[in-house]
Design a protein around this ligand. Structure first.
Ligand code: F2R
Ligand code: MG
Ligand code: MG
Length: 307
């Protein structure tokens, strides 16, 4: 299947925003409650089309990469602060890190004292990582370095950073068109044992007709990066269609907007923007930083590759 690179870049960003918006109305709900709203069968209708913190922060990552033609921590932190809108629903750790940044702490320090000095292992760094996954898709070492640094602005725990790097590398592999070899490439890439074990479980679950309950029990569906990046990767790998992967990811319940966004980013990077249901894109919010703006960011990131 040939999909052009520009369409993959747009697919990753719009796919992430669409996954966020479709999961948002049911965030924190159980699998049963999700199916009582969306039903058991596809197609799913997008309810509001409004995105959350996941997309707002992803926009900040993209804007900063474009402005600096690469990573600049102080600039990215400033973009997060400028874009911040509490109504989008931020995690408490990220909120606190952004407050410290606003008060003048440096981008390398602001997240370090959170959670008793451990730093956050929430999925807030992984959920926004799509621009880094596409821009550095052809260089795993640089991708890892930039994923860690960009995470550190809000998430300094090793598990938060590794989750973001793993999500970025999944998107990179999807850009390269590598679905079949993805599990083995990921297990070679990943450094932390918690994630190594989850990737091993992804392979086992893919080999059988696993139930949703089994998938949730083995991979998780919560706010920790290690309980949301793995089910997103699994949701992508289990199906051969953008819509089916994202619907499945959200149907697991739990952190639905975020697992939806991460699955949408990987799937969009693989299939391209043409594979995203048009009625979902139509319903996705417009406005100053809505879908047209996100598409423009994807195009500018694509042009960064040409420099
Ligand atoms: N915040 C939300 N959703 C709730 C509000 C939405 C509601 N619908 C509304 O309209 O108001 N979603 C967003 O938050 C998640 C991303 O969170 P992030 O940015 O990682 O935040 P945080 O607080 O750093 O981490 C999340 C939780 O993980 C646990 N945790 C993290 N590190 C920990 C550590 N070292 N020790 C113990 N626990 C740790 C904590 O419970 C954190 O609060 C996404 O779902 C996004 O959509
Ligand atoms: Mg959210
Ligand atoms: Mg969420």
């Amino acid at each position: 299947m040939y999909v052009d690179l520009k369409s993959k870049f747009t697919g990753a960003l719009i796919g992430s925003a669409v996954g966020d918006a479709i999961g948002a109305p049911v965030e924190g709900w159980s699998m049963e409650m999700v199916s009582s709203v969306y039903g058991e069968k596809t197609p799913w209708k997008m309810i509001y089309g409004r995105y959350t913190d996941d997309t707002e922060m992803m926009i900040g990552v993209a804007e900063s990469l474009i402005e600096h033609k690469g990573f600049n921590g102080a600039n990215m932190a400033r973009r997060f602060i400028q874009n911040y809108d509490a109504k989008r629903g931020y995690g408490p750790g990220s909120k606190e890190a952004l407050k410290r940044l606003r008060e003048g702490e440096g981008w390398e320090a602001a997240s370090e004292n959170l959670f008793g000095g451990e730093g956050s292992y929430g999925n807030g760094a992984a959920m926004r990582i799509a621009p880094i996954g596409i821009v550095y898709y052809d260089n795993a070492d640089t991708l890892r370095e930039i994923a860690y640094k960009s995470s550190h602005i809000t998430h300094s725990h090793e598990l938060g950073k590794e989750g973001a790097a793993l999500q970025a590398f999944s998107i990179a592999l999807a850009v390269r068109g590598q679905q079949e070899g993805m599990v083995s490439a990921l297990s070679e890439f990943v450094r932390n044992d918690v994630y190594k074990e989850k990737i091993r479980k992804i392979a086992i679950l893919l080999d059988k007709e696993a139930s949703k309950k089994e998938v949730i029990a083995e991979l998780g569906n919560g706010e920790a990066a290690f309980n949301s990046v793995p089910p997103a990767i699994y949701s992508f790998l289990r199906f051969d269609k953008f819509e089916d992967s994202v619907v499945y990811a959200v149907s697991l319940g739990g952190d639905t907007d975020t697992i939806g966004a991460m699955t949408g980013a990987i799937s969009g990077a693989y299939y391209g923007d043409g594979a995203i249901p048009t009625d979902w894109v139509e319903r996705l919010e417009e406005g100053e930083k809505g879908k047209s703006y996100i598409k423009r960011l994807a195009e500018e990131l694509y042009h960064l590759k040409e420099l």
